[in-house]
Design a protein around this ligand. Structure first.
Ligand code: C2E
Ligand code: MG
Ligand code: MG
Ligand code: MG
Length: 294
């Protein structure tokens, strides 16, 4: 019987593979059905103005509620989706869900904010990328200014003409573009120079924020990124802000927008709607310099 067979499967795989390999095997096997079975879910994390606490945007982050493994991180299944040819389906689902949700919130009278989605380098340069975004905007009726696309530096390393065409098309549509995990990729400043007019925001990677301490030399790197953004007329946002100390230091460097557990973890749609209803998150009292400077 199927049930026994399932059990045997588990036995075979756990005896000959380690748990991680078994997990990947099952995730790969189940991913195709995950969308139909409604197992995917978007979580939302606010982007916050450090002075007012105002919510100026949000990032949509996908989760998979897997029947056996529980909540699975996108770091685990996004790569699998690309290997198994499911990335188009997954990407479509994310786009549609984020735009539909945002439109719904606006129609319910919640503050209108841009919501960003993550797009892998591979998907970014697919021919149908721009068309599919345009289609989703039309289907959902969402004003393009409320959609943002987060790409990584590696997206810029591919065929230069194709990158330029895609960025231009998104600019023309009115969709915003941010450069995610900035500072960790392989790209150089010459890429930034080339594409700077087409990119709205630099997102400082959380690894830099994690290492922020008063007097740490690494703070100079963050300072440089912030100034670079300012000089190039881009916005800048710090991701992974967890402590008041980091917030304090970022404010000193004139980083106006942050995202991180200090304000909110990524939360389910219903919970995010509650936060958005308030319009802002009470900001912690990070102006007490004395707490951090000695
Ligand atoms: P990312 O785009 O750089 O997203 C930021 C990650 O940092 C998220 O992890 C978020 O939950 C986490 N984070 C936010 N604040 C903090 C903090 O204060 N401290 C720490 N330690 N972490 C924080 P998550 O949700 O696990 O996503 C991981 C990566 O998976 C994302 O990195 C993104 O590259 C990818 N991803 C997530 N959702 C999607 C999606 O819908 N499509 C695609 N293609 N990739 C996605
Ligand atoms: Mg991102
Ligand atoms: Mg990031
Ligand atoms: Mg990342």
């Amino acid at each position: 019987r199927a049930k026994d067979l399932g059990k045997n499967n588990v036995q075979i795989f756990t005896s000959s593979m380690n748990i991680q390999t078994y997990k990947i095997f099952t995730l790969e096997r189940d991913l195709r059905k995950a969308i139909q079975r409604n197992e995917l879910e978007l979580y939302y994390q606010p982007k916050v103005n450090v002075y007012s606490g105002e919510i100026v945007g949000a990032e949509a982050l996908v989760r998979w509620n897997h029947p056996e493994w529980g909540l699975v991180s996108p770091n685990e299944f996004i790569p699998l989706s690309e290997e198994t040819g499911l990335s188009a389906a997954l990407s479509s689902w994310v786009k549609l869900t984020a735009c539909q949700q945002n439109k719904e919130w606006q129609q319910a009278g919640l503050p209108a904010i841009p919501i960003s989605i993550n797009v892998t380098a591979k998907r970014f340069l697919f021919k149908d990328m721009v068309d599919s975004i345009q289609l989703v905007l039309r289907e959902t009726g969402l004003d393009p200014q409320y959609l943002e696309v987060e790409i990584t530096e590696s997206s810029l390393l591919e065929n230069e003409d194709a990158v330029m065409t895609t960025l231009d098309a998104l600019n023309k549509l009115g969709v915003k573009i941010s450069l995610d995990d900035f500072g960790t990729g392989y790209s150089s400043l010459s890429y930034l120079k080339r594409f700077r007019q087409k990119i709205n925001t630099l997102k400082i990677d959380k690894s830099f924020i994690h290492d922020m301490h008063p007097g740490n030399d690494d703070n100079a790197i963050i300072h440089m990124i912030i100034q670079l953004a300012q000089h190039m007329n881009m916005s800048v946002i710090a991701e992974g802000v967890e402590t008041e100390e980091q917030l304090y230091l970022l404010k000193q460097l004139q980083c106006d927008v942050v995202q991180g557990y200090l304000f909110s973890k990524p939360v389910q749609a219903a919970e995010f709607a509650e936060i958005l209803k308030q319009g802002h998150i009470p900001i912690v009292n990070s102006d007490v310099a004395a707490d951090f400077e000695n």
